[in-house]
Design a protein around this ligand. Structure first.
Ligand code: FAD
Length: 501
């Protein structure tokens, strides 16, 4: 690359979670040395304000930005998240847990899941979650940072946060501005292209102009640059994911926050409960083919536990991914690049991932399309993997009590998911790429939780002496339950963590 072609300025459009994560990461990494960074956001439009449940890579993001975790937890009124409790998905009255971190430890050359399969087939009374440290803490309403309990069975857990989305954006804004990002408040009213069809200038409503060499479109569902300006289309995934709207409302807490997100299936979708320190986020994700906004709102308000302090607010969405997430000199990020419904809290992770890949394929001012092509291939693979994982939660349902669930049960699966399930059914083997977000623990938790079981276990497990294996598993299970019961409650942990300097 010739130095004269290097990017001189990058402009981010949008100051929601995506915009400020992008700004904070670029400011942190480039330290004002490579190019100037300006973020344009409109106070009149505001942000979507949902997006409060995260997954463990979010903790990596905090660490990577060298943000003090305690300070962040305090500032965003965060609580800790050990996984997701899924209620009523397979059948009404049944539930399962998707824990963060490990489930058991490999025994000799066999993964723990295979040992568990053998134990189950031999009639041993073990549940898979008996061996998940995160589930053990969550069930008991307890919490401890896993790395502080490394010598105990709890050490294998992982965690994420429930956060106040507005406070996250404020926190990251301060972080980015301190490191040299310029913020411009104003509404983009027009966009000018140069003779290559690259975005060149944003014209604000009051006439001010902002130019840059490269633009990151974080304008949310408006997709101002990638779609409205460059006309990039959207691959619609609603043939597999039928929900297309959400009602969101915040309530006062009625008890101490639970260290996990609740995803409870409803007749025409599902409901989330995300507990923070100062309030609880609630939502009802549903399929508008079967339910009106008013009905969906009533169902949510009938179920929430505390007094409503904000909302209800209707959030329409379209599940899918941008045909090209990066096109010419515009990279879309966050809701502008695609959206898979929030069942596994993956959207904020995709923002972080999107920036990581942007750094890897960082262009110069010519924006070689081969860089964008590779970026798009990697990001689309991530979106597809997550889509399949989310579809699994629906398609394996045994519910047939509403037309919505019958439709989920009867849907034709994407080939990639169908093949994964068929392979798994043989003897529990998983198709795993080296760089996928959801690892074996996640797939095992949901496959088992939804009642999809392998016909057999992996032959290698038979190398292990059976009596010794089952006795060892019994001891591990007892030890995990015993240690989990001695930990601080989630609330006690938050109080101590937020107080400590
Ligand atoms: P927004 O927050 O919408 O921000 C868009 C920005 O663009 C705003 O600053 C706006 O002012 C600006 N803008 C737009 N147009 C203009 C203009 N013309 N001029 C100037 N500025 C403009 N993710 C998770 O990880 N976990 C969850 O639990 C989760 N739950 C969700 C629940 C629902 C119902 C939905 C819809 C999403 C959820 N998400 C979740 C996704 C998450 O909310 C988003 O990924 C995240 O908030 C990022 O949004 P954003 O920054 O892309 O968009």
């Amino acid at each position: 690359m010739r130095a004269s072609d290097a990017l001189r300025k990058v402009c981010i459009v949008g100051g929601g979670t995506a915009g400020w994560i992008a700004a904070a990461l670029m400011a942190h990494h480039f330290k004002g040395k490579l190019f100037e960074i300006e973020l344009v956001e409109s106070d009149d439009i505001g942000t979507i304000g949902v997006g409060e449940s995260t997954i463990p890579p979010f903790m990596e993001l905090i660490a990577r930005l060298e943000i003090n975790e305690q300070e962040f937890v305090r500032a965003t009124q965060a609580s800790f998240k050990l996984g997701i409790e899924f209620e009523d998905w397979r059948r009404k009255g049944e539930s399962y847990f998707h824990p963060f971190g490990s489930i058991g430890q490999p025994v000799e050359l066999s993964e723990f899941y295979q040992c568990w399969l053998k134990a189950r087939q031999a009639g041993q009374p073990f549940e898979l979650m008996d061996f998940a440290p995160a589930a053990a803490m969550a069930r008991n309403g307890r919490f401890m940072l896993p790395f502080k309990a490394q010598k105990t069975p709890i050490g294998g857990a992982a965690y994420a946060l429930h956060v106040d989305a507005k406070r996250v954006a404020q926190f990251l804004r301060a972080h980015a501005e301190e490191r040299g990002v310029t913020r411009t408040e104003g509404m983009v009213a027009d966009v000018r292209l140069d003779d290559r069809g690259f975005v060149d200038t944003l014209v604000l409503k009051d006439g001010r102009e902002v130019t840059a060499d490269f633009f990151i479109d974080c304008s949310g569902f408006r997709a101002l640059l990638i779609e409205k300006t460059l006309g990039v289309g959207y691959e619609d995934w609603s043939q597999w994911l039928f929900c297309d709207r959400a009602i969101a409302a915040q309530t006062r807490n009625v008890g101490p926050p639970r260290p996990y997100t609740l995803a409870q299936a409803q007749d025409y979708g599902w409901r989330w409960r995300i507990p923070l320190q100062h309030r609880t986020g609630n939502g009802h994700v549903f399929c508008s083919e079967f339910l009106s906004d008013d009905e969906a709102t009533r169902i949510l308000l009938d179920q929430v536990e505390g007094e409503v302090v904000a909302g209800p607010m209707v959030v329409p969405f379209k599940t899918g991914v941008r045909d090209k997430i990066w096109h010419r000199n515009v990279l879309s990020l966050g809701l502008a690049s695609g959206f898979i419904e929030p069942l596994e809290s993956t959207a904020i992770h995709l923002v972080y991932r999107g920036m990581d890949f942007f750094f890897r394929y960082l262009p110069d001012r010519n924006c070689d399309p081969r860089l964008a092509g590779e970026y798009n291939r990697r990001m689309t693979a991530d979106y597809t993997e997550i889509r399949d994982f989310i579809v699994l939660h629906y398609c394996a349902t045994q519910r047939n009590d509403t037309p919505f669930w019958r439709k989920c049960h009867d849907m034709e699966l994407p080939d990639s998911l169908r093949e994964r399930i068929e392979l798994f059914r043989v003897n529990g083997v998983l198709r795993e790429g080296h760089d996928e977000l959801f690892r074996a623990v996640s797939w095992h938790s949901v496959l088992e939780g939804m009642g999809i079981h392998p016909a057999s276990y992996h032959p290698l497990v038979d190398r292990i002496e059976e009596g010794w294996l089952f006795e060892g598993m019994s001891q591990v299970r007892a030890q995990l339950a015993q240690v989990a019961g001695t930990l601080p409650t989630h609330q006690e942990f938050i109080d101590a963590h937020c107080r400590a300097e």
